[in-house]
Structure formats: C-alpha cells, structure tokens
Design a protein around this ligand. Structure first.
Ligand SMILES: [Zn+2]
Length: 130
C-alpha cells in the first residue's frame, strides 16, 4: 500500500504492479532524492502524462506531396497509419471510408495541407473550403 502522510486515506488509491518492476524501483530508492517507491511512481506517471499531453493525437507525414498515395495520418488511438486520399472528386479517408471523419478533419487544420487544398480547389477539385 502506498501512502502519504498529509492527505486522508480516501485521497489515495492502490495500484498493483508486477513484483519485478517493484524490485527495480527498490533499486532507485535513495538515489535522485527518492525516498519511497510511491515517489518514484508518482514522478514516472507525471512524466508520462506530460508526454501524452504534448503529443498530438494524430501525426501526418508526406504532406508536401499529396499524390495518388494520399496523405498518411498516424492515429495514436488506433495505433495505425491511415491513408487519406485527396483526389479531383474529393477528399476521402480510406480507413473510415468517409470525407468528414476525425482524420480528414485533422488534415483540414494543417496549414500546409490547407495550402494544397486551396490550390487544388482553384483547379476545380471537389474539395472543402479551408
Ligand atoms: Zn478516418
């Protein structure tokens, strides 16, 4: 059980972790100012949460060259790469088979993609106004 001394018992929760991992934490006690396993776990979780908060839900690449291969969007929730095609007949997500899914919506907020879409719209492509 991991406890602090100031907060009441109700403000804590117990999380079970593998013994092996716990032993590794034992090795860190007394280093880097850590006095307990709870401190190490709290520090580790704060780092993780901070990292996640900074990480966008999606990441796109090959955005300068929208071609027949489309734009690849890395979806961290699905943990997979999703292809979004930009064609004269419109924009379409191959994964969702939709033109208004989160992947398309995300791409429509990316400045360099918006530039390309505006240009293609002028060329007569059936793309949303961005
Ligand atoms: Zn999609």
């Amino acid at each position: 059980m991991i406890h602090g001394c100031v907060m009441s018992k109700d403000e804590y929760t117990t999380i079970r972790i593998p013994k092996e991992l716990s032993k590794e934490l034992d090795g860190l006690i007394g280093t880097r100012g850590f006095r307990s396993k709870a401190e190490i776990v709290k520090e580790a979780l704060r780092h993780l949460l901070l990292q996640y908060a900074r990480m966008p839900l999606f990441q796109h690449f090959n955005l300068d060259e929208i071609d027949e291969h489309g734009v690849k969007v890395l979806d961290y929730q699905l943990n997979r790469i999703v292809d979004v095609f930009v064609k004269p007949e419109g924009i379409r997500c191959a994964y969702c088979d939709a033109n208004d899914c989160v992947h398309v919506q995300h791409l429509l907020t990316v400045p360099s993609i918006k530039d390309v879409i505006r240009k293609r719209r002028k060329d007569g492509w059936d793309l949303p106004e961005v």
